[in-house]
Structure formats: structure tokens, C-alpha cells
Write a protein that binds this ligand. Structure first.
Ligand code: PEP
Ligand code: MG
Length: 359
């Protein structure tokens, strides 16, 4: 046992000496961040902030999304901001001295809305009893208005940030003020702000302008990188334009696989694809290991076009593929700067990054 552990440790240490790819982790909490650091992560490549809006905070989020008056929306944002600030204080402190890529909120809307069926039942019951359904009736109308047939292709990512005034600004204020506070304590916070699901450069320009404005308002005196996910085929194809408004790219190979194949990532288990695998039509799911010919070609396009505009553009990947051995070799070959994967996969990613460099 101990001998095996020691030899694996030696192997990974050797890999660290030769690898060119950085290895970061996907983490949303200080606990996960600390665990990943023990596994050797060199930063956070993806903090999914939508996870911070579940649980007790859900009600404020509901009020925010469903608000039809400015005052109601602003009250919900004012409630959420100090909570977000606390989240980022903890996360940045846990990763002191290392980059932390914080992605602005990217929820599939349906996960944050109250159930239309439950509301409809409540309203029907109230009506039957001759009572005023009041708030429930109002909620139901709003949920019906926002209902989408394909939430994963709907009001997500940057689209949500551009449609709900003040949402991105609230998050950026929380990030910036947390970082300023840590600096004032002599710490070394290194947040990077990432815009999700960009398909058009116009979206990125608008979001970036808002982020920059808030950073200036908070009085951040150093430069916080502002970048974007490349997770739609269109973004990969126009990466030369997108690079003009981005300090870094992170390839979101989960969504990029979904949108390139036109195949739902949520249904991959138990759908027709399982039978493809059983019949041997494919040996492995493209959600597990990077599809080099299709999705990989788009990644390569994104890398080449992005760097044609900005030779020093920082490039990473934060989809599940970032921790898959074969995919790590591919990301090394296309010239990414780092991979980001779940904490437990960090040692494997370090090892494979080393092997890729030796190959
Ligand atoms: C991705 O799409 O690859 C990604 C990392 O983002 P998410 O999984 O949160 O959609
Ligand atoms: Mg995504």
C-alpha cells in the first residue's frame, strides 16, 4: 500500500516537472477548493456561481427573475449581494495567490423557477374556494411567460445577464469588493471573470462593458482579466472576433459537444446513445472523451482563430473532458495553457499532462 502510494507520488512529481499544461480545478466552494489544492490544483478554472443561488437563496432568486417592477428586482439583488460577497471572500481566500475563474451565473432557467403545475393547482384551489390567489396567480403568469420548451437552448448564460438588469453587476460588485477587501488585508486574491454561453461578439462587448464599469466603480486598482467560455460552435468559428473582447477563453466542451452533435447532455444516460454504445456503433461517448474529428476540430479552430487575433490569449478547458486522459493529450496537442477538472481528477490530469509532454 504505502509503497504503491509512494511510487504514484514519484510518478506525478516527475510528470509535474515535464508537463506544459497547467492543471486547475472546477470548484464552487472553499472546501472543494482546499481539497483540490491538496491534490495539486494550480487554481480554479471554473467556479459555477449558479450553484450559489440554490437552497435558502432560491426565494430571492425567484423574486429577481419574476420581478415586474424595478424596485422589486433591486430589493432581491440587494439581498443577494452580501451573500455573494461572502461566497467570494471564502473562495478567494482558500485559493490565495492562485487564479480563480469565476463564471457569471449560467442557470438553465427551469431549475430556478417554481413548478408551473404546483402553482396552477394552488391557484385553482384558491379560485374554487372563492379566495384571492394573489401572489400565486402573479407568479403563475410570470412562470408561464418564461416557460421554455428547450431550456438548455434558452435564456441561459450571457443572455440572462443581458435581459435581467443589474444581475451581472451585482455579481461583479461582490467579486470586486471581496477582492479589494482581501488585498487590504495583505492577501493575494486573483479573480478572473468569465462570461458564459457567448455566441455573438455583440453579447460579449455588452457584458464586458458592464463588468469593466463595475470594476471601476468599486475602485479595483489592478487589472482583473475578463474572458469568455467558448461552448457554442458559432463562438469557435468567430473566435477571431471574440478574442478582441476577451483576455482568455475557456472551452466548455460539455455544451460544445451537446450543440455540435445536437444531442442533449441531460439525456445521454438511457437515451438512444446507450444503444449506440451497446451495438458498438461508437466505442465511447463524446461527452466522456473528446470527439477529436468534430468537437475537437472546433476547439482547434477556436484556438487558432483566437490566437491569430491575440497571440498571448490565455486558453483553457473546463468541460468534463478536462479530466479525461485521452482528452488531456488532445488539449496538450492543440496548445491549451491549462485544463480544469473536478478535484478528484487533478492527480490524473497532472500525470496525463506529463505523459502528453513526453509523447
Ligand atoms: C461546459 O459547458 O463545458 C461547461 C463547463 O459549463 P457547464 O457544464 O456548467 O454548462
Ligand atoms: Mg456550459
Amino acid at each position: 500500500g504505502d509503497e504503491l502510494v509512494a511510487s504514484v507520488h514519484r510518478l506525478i512529481t516527475h510528470a509535474d516537472e515535464v508537463r506544459r499544461l497547467g492543471v486547475r480545478t472546477n470548484a464552487d466552494t472553499a472546501d472543494d477548493a482546499a481539497r483540490a489544492r491538496r491534490f495539486g490544483a494550480e487554481g480554479i478554472g471554473l467556479c459555477r456561481t449558479e450553484h450559489m443561488f440554490l437552497g435558502e437563496r432560491r426565494e430571492a432568486v425567484e423574486r429577481l427573475i419574476l420581478a415586474d417592477e424595478d424596485a422589486e428586482r433591486e430589493a432581491a439583488l440587494a439581498e443577494l449581494e452580501p451573500l455573494q460577497r461572502g461566497d467570494f471572500l471564502e473562495l478567494l481566500a482558500a485559493m490565495d495567490g492562485q487564479p480563480v475563474t469565476i463564471r457569471l451565473i449560467d442557470p438553465p432557467l427551469h431549475e430556478f423557477l417554481p413548478s408551473m403545475e404546483d402553482l396552477a393547482v394552488k391557484v385553482a384551489l384558491a379560485n374554487e374556494r372563492g379566495e384571492d390567489a394573489g401572489r400565486d396567480a402573479k407568479l403563475l403568469a410570470a412562470v408561464e411567460r418564461l416557460h421554455e420548451q428547450n431550456p438548455m437552448l434558452g435564456l441561459r448564460g450571457v443572455r440572462l445577464g443581458l435581459v435581467i438588469p443589474g444581475l451581472f453587476a451585482m455579481q461583479v460588485r461582490a467579486i470586486a469588493s471581496a477582492a479589494v477587501e482581501l488585498k487590504s488585508q495583505g492577501k493575494d486574491p486573483r479573480p478572473e471573470i468569465m462570461i458564459p454561453l457567448v455566441g455573438a461578439v455583440q453579447e460579449l462587448h455588452l457584458a464586458r462593458d458592464e463588468v469593466s464599469r463595475v470594476l471601476a466603480e468599486v475602485g479595483v486598482e489592478w487589472s482583473i482579466p475578463i474572458g469568455t467560455m467558448i461552448e457554442l460552435p458559432r463562438a469557435a468559428v468567430i473566435a477571431d472576433q471574440i478574442a478582441e473582447a476577451a483576455d482568455f477563453f475557456s472551452f466548455g466542451t460539455n455544451d460544445l459537444t451537446q450543440t455540435t452533435w445536437g444531442f442533449s447532455r441531460d439525456d445521454v444516460e438511457g437515451s438512444f446513445f446507450t444503444r449506440y454504445l451497446e451495438k458498438g456503433i461508437f466505442a465511447v461517448s463524446p461527452f466522456e472523451s473528446i470527439d477529436v474529428e468534430g468537437v475537437g476540430a472546433l476547439v482547434r479552430t477556436g484556438v487558432d482563430r483566437g490566437r491569430a487575433t491575440k497571440p498571448d490569449l490565455k486558453l483553457g478547458v473546463c468541460g468534463e473532458h478536462g479530466g479525461d486522459p485521452d482528452s488531456v493529450h488532445f488539449f496538450h496537442q492543440v496548445g491549451l495553457d491549462y485544463v480544469s477538472c473536478s478535484p478528484f481528477r487533478v492527480p490524473i490530469a497532472r500525470l496525463e499532462a506529463g505523459r502528453a509532454a513526453l509523447d
